[in-house]
Design a protein around this ligand. Sequence first.
Ligand code: 5GP
Length: 191
Amino acid sequence: MRELEERILKDGKVLPGGVLKVGSFLNHCIDTTLLAHMADEVASLYKDAGVTKILTIEASGIALAAAAGMAMGVPVVFAKKHRTTNVDGGVHTTIVHSFTHNEDYNVVVADDCMDESDNVLIIDDFLANGSALRGLIDLVTQAGASVAGVAVSVEKRFQSGGDEFRAKGIRVESLAMISAMTDDGQITFCS
Ligand code: 5GP
C-alpha cells in the first residue's frame, strides 16, 4: 500500500536490532485517516473470504483490527497478555515471545469469544519472526474455529514469520512489505 510505505519512509525510525518505530503515526499516536485507508484495504483484500470475526493481540494490533472490523461489519476480539501463569478457567491460552521486549507472555482469550462457527481473520501491526501470529493461530485452533487468513500492517520479509505461514498454506497479506532495513535508517520495500 503506497500511502503506508510513503509514511514509513517519511516518519518511520529504524532502531538497532531490526526494529522499526512507527509510534508517531501507527501505534502510539495514530493517524486516523491513514488507519481508515488501511482498514479499507484489509476489507477489500478479504471481502470474499467469509470472515466472521477478527482476532488481534493487545495493544498495538487493536487499532487496525477495530477499524477493519468496522469496515467489514464483523466483531473484533483482542487477546490479552498476562505476565504470570495465574490465569482463570474459561479461557484459551498460549505463550507468545515478544520480539520487542524479549519476554514471554501468556496470551488469553475467553472461551466464549470464538467458536467452531467462526472463520477468523488475524490482524497485527508487525510480522517479524511469527511468534505473535503463531500464538493467535493456536487460540483460533483451540476454539475450533478456522483461520481465514492474516493481515498485518508491516511485514519484515528479512525475518522468518511470513515464509513460515505461507509454507503452511495460510494466506498472509501485508500492507507494507520491507525487504531490508539498515542501521543508518535505509528502508527498502519489496517490489
Ligand atoms: P513476531 O512475533 O512476528 O516476531 O513479532 C511481531 C510482534 O512484535 C508484533 O506484535 C509487534 O508488536 C512486535 N514487533 C515486531 N517487530 C517490530 C518492529 O519492527 N517494530 C515494532 N514497533 N514492533 C514490532
